[in-house]
Design a protein around this ligand. Structure first.
Ligand code: PGA
Length: 248
């Protein structure tokens, strides 16, 4: 069974009302391939605006982060129920900027992932190693540890997409080579087969993220275990559309 090509856009903490509006209107004006799933993740403050402006049937909207609890005394948090209430369908969890800057732990990320799924959101679960970890040869170990925290408490992975994003490739302009990324994706899928079962592992979409742009996206085209991309910087630019169309 072929896995559907998937492109996520992570705007991070960028933009204004006006710039978010022009990104969404630009997407609305394009003829996008019907068989590519697209999810755009604006800053939480612009989630409602993005949902309201989006007119593309193949584009859904996601948050970049959610908390692991319901509404209550949690100043400043994004609550999954409120994300759903705004009409968004997805959330990211475990982005490396939250793991490293905000110091979110594997277990906390797993709890957030579980809570989001329980409330009806689909999740793009981000994993990946730092440069030091890569140099020490523990890339797979790190990815496995990050995945295992989730598989310990979640058995049904049908609403999860995994994004492998090596930290050293994010925002640096130094994307992993398609060969290196494919090798890691293959190992991630093999690990998942052992932990969540072959059937689920075969179905799960594994995205590559880290300095993907309109130019390098087509180079990943023939890689069997790379089912799409999670795009940061380039998702703010018109070339995001070329990435969506990179498999045509
Ligand atoms: P980048 O970010 O495309 O700007 O490298 C990717 C990400 O952090 O999701």
């Amino acid at each position: 069974m072929a896995r559907q090509f998937f492109v996520g856009g992570n705007f991070k903490a960028n933009g204004t009302k006006q710039s978010v509006k022009s990104i969404v209107e630009n997407l609305n004006s394009e003829e996008l391939p019907k068989d590519v799933e697209v999810v755009i993740c604006p800053p939480a403050l612009y989630l409602g605006l993005t949902v309201d402006l989006n007119k593309q049937p193949t584009v859904e909207v996601g948050a970049q982060n959610v908390f692991d609890k319901a509404c209550g005394a949690f100043t400043g948090e994004n609550i999954a129920e409120q994300v759903v209430d705004l009409g968004a369908k997805w959330t990211l969890t475990g982005h490396s900027e939250r793991r490293t800057i905000i110091k979110e732990s594997d277990d906390f990320i797993a709890e957030k992932t579980k809570y989001a799924l329980d409330k009806g959101l689909k999740v793009i679960l981000c994993i990946g190693e730092t440069l030091d970890e890569r140099k020490s040869g523990i890339t797979l170990e790190v990815c496995a540890r990050q995945l295992d925290a989730v598989s310990k408490i979640i058995k049904d992975w049908s609403k999860i997409v995994v994004a492998y994003e090596p930290v050293w490739a994010i925002g640096t302009g130094l994307a992993a080579t398609p060969e290196d990324a494919e090798e890691t994706h293959k190992q991630i899928r093999e690990h998942l087969a052992k932990t969540i079962g072959e059937d689920q592992a075969e179905k799960i979409q594994i995205l590559y993220g880290g300095s993907v742009n309109g130019k390098n996206a087509p180079e990943f085209k023939d890689k069997k275990n790379i089912d799409g991309f999670l795009v940061g910087g380039a998702s703010l630019k018109p070339e995001f559309v070329s990435i969506i169309k990179s498999r045509l």
